[in-house]
Design a binder for this molecule. Structure first.
Ligand code: UFG
Length: 329
């Protein structure tokens, strides 16, 4: 039987497909290639170009392939864009997931692992964040992801669909072999933007805000390597296939780095001075976002391998240095 990865041509999806195939699994990938890249799809995966809002195309896929479980990455994922165009997020993330769950239930496929986010918490009340903490999103991206979690909970109660929601903190890094990596257009994430400076594409890194309530005044984030995230999806899927109940897990390293510390680490990794400039705050940035991932460790047996930020940035640098224009190179 096969695993269906929706959004398997995107950043975290493509890395998960590589790990699944490395573990000997049969993998089907579906992606509309709006933000994903055909070149990012592992050559051993069977690929379908489709949009999950196309119910007929989804039904045809479930009829043709023998799917035992779904990993769902197919969603819009930019906080800033979601503030400007909230309905795009309701359409792609919520309506897309609605179509998907209908098709899954109709074809008796009732196991799903999906990307949720730290953005479901909004402005956290304490550090580190636990799965039981208050969820109060402050942007449509986090709001639609939380609504996707709830959609699955009610579908579980009504139809017995079992889900695992994985709430990622800051995904980063690239495949250790350098075959695939992070490529967004436009890029908004800190590490790839920093690396544009040593790549000659940007003169300095602008740091958003220097007056946060942190040790050096810049925001603190919990950076987790994309391969560690990929492994967590496989563990979550196996947990469901073994009969596990629906569940929610944070995924982070449990260690926070300030934006200035990330820049400093990138200087060490690249050997480039990477000039920095302090800019105004970016709206909607919480001071500190650090996960407690103890639940994923104890229930799923997850054990992140890339705890060290220097190693994480080295894998990112290896990809960006050799692919300065992403998959166009
Ligand atoms: N930052 C800069 N300069 C830049 C880009 C980012 O200073 O050019 C700062 C941000 O202000 C923030 C930190 O770097 O303080 C990290 O920003 P990212 O955009 O890389 O990541 P976020 O923490 O904003 O977003 C991540 C995930 C989202 C998720 C969110 C939860 O990428 O999917 O955490 O709040 F929703």
């Amino acid at each position: 039987m096969a695993i269906l990865v929706l959004g398997g041509a995107g950043y975290i999806g493509s890395h998960t497909v590589y790990e699944l195939i490395g573990a000997g699994r049969d993998v089907v990938v579906a992606d509309n290639l709006v933000t994903g890249f055909r070149k990012a799809v592992h050559p051993k995966a069977r690929f379908y170009e489709l949009d999950i809002r196309d119910r007929k195309a989804l039904d045809a896929l479930f009829e043709r392939e023998n799917i035992e479980g779904v990993i769902h990455f197919a969603a819009s994922s930019q906080v800033g864009e979601s503030m400007k165009d909230p309905l795009k997020y309701y359409d792609n993330n919520l309506w897309g997931t609605n179509c998907l769950l209908e098709s899954m239930v109709a074809h008796n496929v009732k196991k799903i692992v999906f990307s949720s986010t730290a953005a479901t918490y909004g402005l956290p009340e304490k550090t580190p964040i636990l799965e039981t903490d208050r969820t109060s999103p402050i942007n449509p991206y986090g709001e639609t992801k939380l609504a996707m979690e709830k959609m699955m909970r009610w579908t579980d109660l009504a139809c017995g669909l079992k889900y695992v929601a994985l709430r990622y903190f800051n995904a980063c890094g690239a495949h250790p072999d350098g075959v695939i990596g992070e490529a967004h257009d436009p890029e908004t994430h800190l590490i790839p933007i920093i690396l544009q400076v040593p790549n000659g594409q940007r003169e300095f890194i602008g740091i958003f805000g220097g007056d946060y309530n942190t040790k050096d005044g810049t925001c603190v984030r919990d950076y987790i390597h994309v391969t560690d995230l990929a492994q967590a999806h496989i563990l979550a899927l196996d947990y469901l296939l073994a009969g596990g109940e629906s569940n929610t897990f944070n995924l982070g390293n449990g260690v926070g780095f300030t934006n200035k510390e990330v820049v400093e680490t990138a200087r060490r990794v690249t050997g480039h001075p990477i000039p920095e400039k302090l800019l105004d705050r970016r709206p909607g940035d919480p001071d500190i976002l650090v996960a407690s991932s103890e639940k994923a460790k104890s229930v799923l047996g997850w054990s992140p391998k890339y705890a060290d930020l220097e190693t994480i940035i080295s894998t990112a640098w290896n990809w960006h240095r050799t692919h300065p224009h992403g998959y166009a190179d």
